[in-house]
Ligand binder design. Structure first.
Ligand SMILES: Cc1ncc(COP(=O)(O)O)c(C=O)c1O
Length: 415
């Protein structure tokens, strides 16, 4: 028996594998799964929050971009020049941003630096970040503090004297979900601008950048946006701030008229000033293909399914893994978490590795002891969640009985 009453929070949880199959049969977005490359008998993939699956359309879209390069050569730029903003606007539809505020550019790390320094240059005061945030966010903030001489404080702290508050809407490890509107309102009362990292939120949880009053945001495209390994990132600057902020990388793509080749830097109006150098057109073509499936059904339908999948996962973790010594390391309240769960166990690393080596389940490991499991609404089924937890439980039970040996699996470069 899983989940007692059959509900977990406000979401009904299947009580058996048959009920999970019924949920799949009635799932309004079930067909989306077939817009992604899938093979029979492959492991259950619960790592789309690290690298999203490849959309079936991606190869054709990248091939079309290669074809334009072949046939149009440099003339292709007449159209490619607009791609950072047209694809940015399409990403904007997934994160509640009206057109003209999102562009595709650089990497998330570089965008954090550009927008973080732009915010600091715009106002005196210190930096506040989250000491539990993804390393690149913490490192960029440390670097900004050293370069500008501004104090850096980690939450929890008050925001008095802060010019910049930077944090993730969904924490990469625990999936803790921030209340973006409340945090932004608090920061504004203290006179700080807020820079959100939406890497684990965009395409997964409903985000309303405009509605929440957000100032600045960045995100990657290779997780829930399915853009592929190292795909270009995106950034958002609220329209009213665009003319007031200057980013630190004065490149020609941020110039008012790049092909005028003017002597002096004169930043373009609008979001173009937050670009730096020549955009990655093949990468943007893949991102465009990656977001199509999400745009076709919209975030509300995806979020309904995500919440139900994560509720089932939480209930199964509670029923099968907690008795084997695991602990939920994500918020228990469905309202307080995003699209994945962190499950802590001393044997997490060996368990994750064993499941991958056996071709059963692909999750990932985050130090010190966390398995991250992400059932992605676009392509994960309820039966996948059901079966994955059975398989994890079986490996954890073997580890406990000594059947996996007593030596930890060696660490890999990518975990
Ligand atoms: C919150 C967050 N920010 C940034 C990144 C990565 O940044 P980049 O794409 O520059 O490597 C990740 C990667 O997982 C992340 O989780």
């Amino acid at each position: 028996m899983v989940g007692g009453t059959g509900t977990f929070g406000v979401v009904t949880v299947p009580q058996s594998r048959e009920e999970a199959e019924d949920r799949d049969a009635g799932d309004p977005v079930a067909a989306l799964r077939y817009e992604f490359e899938l093979a029979d008998g492959e492991p259950i993939y619960l790592d789309g929050n690290s690298l999203g699956r490849q959309p079936r359309a991606a190869a054709g879209r990248v091939a079309a971009a290669l074809g334009e390069w072949r046939t149009r050569l440099v003339g292709g730029w007449d159209d490619w020049i607009d791609l950072p903003s047209t694809v940015g606007d399409r990403i904007g539809r997934l994160v509640g941003a009206a057109p003209g505020q999102v562009v595709v550019s650089d990497s998330t790390t570089v965008n954090l630096f550009k927008l973080g320094l732009a915010a600091l240059d715009a106002g005196g005061g210190g930096i506040v970040g989250d000491g539990e945030d993804f390393p690149t966010v913490r490192y960029v903030l440390q670097g900004l503090a050293e370069r500008t001489g501004r104090p850096l404080r980690w939450l929890p702290t008050d925001l008095d004297g802060a010019a910049l508050l930077c944090l993730s809407a969904v924490n990469f490890r625990s999936a803790t979900l921030a209340d973006m509107a409340a945090v932004t309102a608090g920061a504004h009362r203290a006179g700080a601008l807020v820079l959100w990292d939406l890497s684990h939120a965009a395409g997964c949880v409903p985000v309303d950048l405009d509605g929440s009053g957000a100032d600045l945001a960045v995100g990657c495209t290779y997780k829930y946006l399915n853009g592929g390994p190292g795909a270009p990132a995106w950034l958002y600057v609220r329209r009213e701030l665009q003319g007031l902020l200057r980013q630190p990388i004065w490149g020609w793509w941020g110039q008012r008229d790049p092909f005028a080749m003017a002597d002096a830097y004169d930043p373009a109006p609008g979001t173009a000033r937050f670009l730096a150098g020549t955009p990655n057109i093949l990468g943007i073509a893949a991102v465009d293909a990656g977001i199509d499936p999400l745009l076709s059904v919209g975030m509300p339908a995806l979020w309904d399914k995500t919440r139900a999948l994560v509720a089932l996962l939480a209930a199964r973790v509670d029923a099968l893994l907690v008795p084997l010594g695991a602990r939920l390391a994500s918020p228990a309240d469905p309202e307080g978490r995003g699209g994945h769960l962190a499950v802590a166990h001393p044997d997490s690393w060996r368990t994750v590795r064993t499941l991958i080596d056996r071709g059963q389940v692909v999750g990932d490991f985050r130090p010190p002891d966390v398995m991250r499991l992400a059932p992605v609404a676009a392509y994960t089924r309820f039966v996948d969640v059901w079966d994955a937890v059975d398989r994890i439980a079986s490996v954890l039970a073997s580890a406990a009985s000594g059947a996996l040996g007593d030596r930890p699996a060696p660490r890999r470069r990518v975990t």
